[in-house]
Structure formats: C-alpha cells, structure tokens
Design a binder for this molecule. Structure first.
Ligand code: ADP
Length: 201
C-alpha cells in the first residue's frame, strides 16, 4: 500500500465479513507502526466483549491492548495531541459521528485506521461503514473462507433466528459464507420482528 508521505493525515478502512482477518490486519499495521516508534492509540467499541473488554483480539488470538468506548465523540477528548496513529476496531457499532471525528483527527495530520464489518447479517450496509469508506483515502476489503464450500466469502451468516442487527457472538453464532451459500433471513421473520418493535414503541 502506498502511504502518503507528507504533513497530511489520512483515513484507512479495513472491511469485510466476520473471520476475514480485519482484526489481524489492524494488529499487523499497528505492530509495524510501533516498530517504527510511532505514537499509537487503540480504541474499540465497548459492546464487543467476545474475548476481552478492552484489547483488540482476533479469532486467531492475536491481541493488542486498547481502550473501550461507546460514544465516538469521546475520542476527541481521549486522543493525545502527540498521537500519530489512531486505530478503531468494530467501527460498524459507532454512530455516524465517526465521520466527523475521524476526518477532524486526519485533518490534524494523524493516520486513522478503522476496521469494521461492511455488511450486517442480512447483507445490508452496516452503520457508518459505507460513508466512512467514501471518505477514506485507503480501503482494504478482506474476504473470509466460505464454511460451506471453501470459496472466498463476502457474507456473514447468522446461525440463529435472532433479528436484532447487533447480536455479539463468534463461532457459535456466525460463520462466513460465499455469495452462493449465504442465506439471508426470510422476509417473514424480519417482518414479524419489525412489527414487534413497533408494538413495543
Ligand atoms: P475479523 O476481525 O475479520 O472477524 P479476525 O482477524 O478476528 O477476523 O480472524 C481471522 C482468523 O479467523 C483467521 O486467520 C483464521 O485463523 C480464523 N478463521 C476462522 N474461521 C475462518 C473462516 N471461515 N475464514 C477465514 N478465517 C477464519
């Protein structure tokens, strides 16, 4: 990847389905920056506590310590002026404010890396990720391996019937699937869930 080499900052996005190696790629870039003695700060969304409340942890157990936040605006208070690289994992869980926050920090000359799911379990764009991909200088789309046939997998198959957009889980709840084997939930199931949400106000 060609990296801008001037005073300007920039935004990198690492996206793809679950198990596609987003966290591994993020950790690799962070480790290299640390070897280069760059000042790094690492954040993740507080909702994802699959393995560790604060660290970024990959499915292959690579990990780096970070800070868990749930409001992306807190980043502006938490990021030190001297920090050169700001990493954010699970970007899909944050509000659209992630756009203004990351652009502000990049405009200050910092390198920003956001990793996150680009699609939810239905196959729809997930949270702020599509907009973030538009405003990023670099976008890396990762693919996993389809658990049905071994082809490259672009989708995250939910293995349960839950219909909330966010259900935190790993191997027991989700698996990677290719286009051919991805089975989005039936419309009738989604309709029932939408009606129940409406009824509950
Ligand atoms: P992500 O952050 O995209 O969910 P991770 O970086 O946490 O992915 O994990 C990637 C690792 O997950 C792989 O290196 C591999 O060890 C493991 N893995 C488990 N299932 C799969 C799969 N279906 N396709 C690819 N890797 C898988």
């Amino acid at each position: 990847m060609q990296i801008i080499n001037g005073k300007s900052g920039w935004i990198e996005v690492i996206c793809g389905p679950m198990f596609s190696g987003k966290s591994e790629e993020l950790i690799k870039r962070l480790r290299r920056a640390q070897i280069a003695k760059r000042r790094v700060q690492i954040f993740k969304h507080g909702m994802d506590s699959r393995y560790d409340a604060t660290s970024i942890v990959s499915h292959s157990q690579m990990s780096l310590p970070g800070v868990a936040i749930s409001d992306i605006n807190d980043l502006l208070k938490l990021v030190d002026d001297r920090t050169e690289l700001v990493a954010i994992d699970e970007g899909q869980f944050f509000s659209d404010d992630i756009l203004s926050v990351t652009n502000k920090l990049a405009n200050q000359g910092k390198r920003i890396i956001v990793a996150g799911l680009d699609m939810d379990y239905i196959g729809n764009p997930f949270g702020p990720m599509p907009k973030l991909m538009c405003s990023a200088e670099y976008v890396s789309k990762q693919l996993a391996i389809c658990m049905s046939c071994g082809d490259p997998a672009n989708f995250t198959q939910r293995l349960t019937t839950a219909t909330e957009q966010v259900v935190v889980g790993a191997d027991e709840t989700y698996e990677a699937r290719c286009r051919l084997h991805f089975e989005p939930p039936e419309e009738s199931l989604l309709e029932t869930s939408r009606n129940a949400e409406k009824a509950n106000g």
